[in-house]
Ligand binder design. Structure first.
Ligand SMILES: Nc1ncnc2c1ncn2[C@@H]1O[C@H](COP(=O)(O)OP(=O)(O)O)[C@@H](O)[C@H]1O
Ligand SMILES: Nc1ccn([C@H]2C[C@H](O)[C@@H](COP(=O)(O)OP(=O)(O)O)O2)c(=O)n1
Length: 234
């Protein structure tokens, strides 16, 4: 990236810490944040609300074109709005998590959201001085020319532990099956359309299995300082 704005791309499997670590890093760097997974989740939620059959690939692609989606970009206050309604909590429910891969593996939907994400990355970077964008294909497809590209990984055990702790909070009855469904089944489905288990050339691998949350943020910031010293201000 030649622009004066800092673009950091982060990919990784479910529970690797992508969202929380990327958000904290964006705050520390004083720049914006884009959660691309939330966009797949928002389209899924919208289809469920509108009665669109998730197996009808064309109808879901049309819904992706139509959705009045507004992505929040402040890393300290995550926000996803559809027609002005805040759906940040609705898109994290098991109801959405269980079926979001149907949308994420729809190859008619992916190019539409990928283009929207490129436009958002440019806009956020211009408005806030930079952006940390995270997902499954940001380092490889959406922003392969980002200043810094990181694949955040963690062992299946570490990811299961983190997710189940999180889900026990608000979905206790389904916590165990829901966790396994999200970590093992969903990653297997999602990896049919994106490569997020192996770091592509030029992508830095950060394994957080043995790092706590603070250490994971530092590890990401270390890569940013090393790769983009002129743009990273922390
Ligand atoms: N290095 C870490 N050590 C312990 N817990 C972590 C670490 N990184 C993230 N977490 C916690 O694990 C959970 C899943 O993280 P999240 O950022 O949602 O992952 P992802 O976006 O990759 O699915 C969150 O509750 C988060 O606070
Ligand atoms: N750039 C992206 C981001 C997410 N996805 C898919 C992968 C997941 O099934 C959904 C939701 O992603 P999200 O990052 O919210 O999922 P986790 O929080 O890691 O469990 O979208 C994708 O295919 N490409």
């Amino acid at each position: 990236m030649d622009s004066k704005h800092l673009v950091v791309a982060v990919d990784g499997p479910s529970g690797s810490g992508k969202s929380s670590v990327s958000r904290a890093a964006a705050s520390a760097l004083g720049i914006g944040y884009l959660d691309t997974g939330a966009m797949y989740r928002a389209v899924t939620w919208w289809c469920l609300e509108e009665g669109v059959d998730l197996d009808d690939r064309d109808a879901v692609a049309q819904a992706t074109r139509d959705i009045p989606l507004q992505m929040g970009t402040d890393p300290t206050t995550p926000s996803v709005r559809v027609s002005g309604r805040e759906i940040e909590d609705d898109i994290r429910t098991t109801r959405v998590s269980e079926v979001v891969s149907k949308v994420a593996t729809n190859t008619l939907v992916r190019p539409l959201l990928q283009q929207l994400q490129r436009d958002l990355i440019d806009r956020i970077a211009t408005e806030t001085g930079g952006v940390v964008a995270e997902g499954r294909d940001i380092t490889t497809v959406v922003a392969p020319d980002a200043d810094v590209r990181v694949l955040l990984t963690a062992s299946v055990e570490a990811r299961l532990r983190r997710r189940s702790k999180e889900l026990h909070g608000h979905d206790a009855d389904h916590a165990v099956e829901a966790t396994r469904d999200q970590i093992v089944r969903r990653d297997a489905d999602d990896s049919t359309v994106s490569e997020f288990t192996q770091a592509a050339e030029g992508v830095h691998l950060v394994d957080t299995s043995d790092l706590d949350f603070e250490q994971s943020i530092e590890a990401l910031l270390d890569v940013v300082r090393r790769e983009a010293p002129a743009k990273a201000l922390v």
